[in-house]
Design a protein around this ligand. Structure first.
Ligand code: GTP
Ligand code: MG
Length: 171
């Protein structure tokens, strides 16, 4: 099993397609106050966690909360798909601004798993094309994550790997 030993003061960026298990992983290993969910922020500004059209407002909120936490030297976890390098760039910049360690955790149990899980979710009524595109895009960018600026890159590339992973903190 992989032990993800994170510095106490990290900005953790989860990367994974819809249905990959990001929110589940986050709630298993991080305190609720540490996890900043783009869906939750979407809900806060418009009562519909699935309304993609208000993304800009939701992400402003994610960024603001993350920045406040980092300003107070608190670890923060960005729970969003973070599929593209352009989406991840902001988080790297934010971590650097506050001298937090940018950490990437890639959750990739496989496309079939993402599709199957989303079938069971009434709130994720899109076809397989959506996770398919995300999985492709994430895998394409995988090798470049360190170059993007992530100082730790963890890849959990199967259901078993996600299950077995252990997250620890070091001062
Ligand atoms: P989005 O928020 O849509 O991007 O998805 P997500 O990556 O946050 O996935 P989430 O953690 O919500 O998991 C999706 C579904 O898969 C949920 O119904 C979970 O209960 C289930 N799930 C997540 N992780 C696991 C796991 O390790 N094992 C099993 N059996 N189910 C899981
Ligand atoms: Mg989620």
């Amino acid at each position: 099993p992989t032990t993800l030993e994170l510095p106490d003061f990290s900005l953790v960026v989860l990367i994974g397609a819809t249905g990959s298990g990001k929110s589940t992983f986050a709630s298993r290993w991080f305190a609720p106050t540490e996890v900043i969910s783009s869906d939750r922020c979407r809900g806060l500004v418009c009562d519909d966690e699935n309304d993609q059209s208000i993304s800009a407002d939701a992400f402003d909120l994610v960024r603001t909360i993350a920045e406040k936490r980092l300003k107070n030297r608190r670890l923060a976890v960005i729970d969003a798909t973070n599929v593209r390098a352009s989406e991840r760039r902001d988080w790297i910049a934010l971590a650097r601004r506050w001298h937090a360690l940018p950490v990437a955790i890639v959750i990739d149990p496989g496309l079939d798993i993402c599709i199957e899980r989303n079938k069971l979710r009434p709130d994720r009524a899109f076809g397989p094309k959506v996770p398919q595109r995300m999985v492709q895009e994430i895998r394409k960018g995988l090798r470049n994550l360190a170059h993007e600026g992530f100082r730790q890159v963890w890849k959990l590339s199967s259901v078993e790997a996600v299950d077995a992973a252990i997250v620890t903190r070091k001062p």
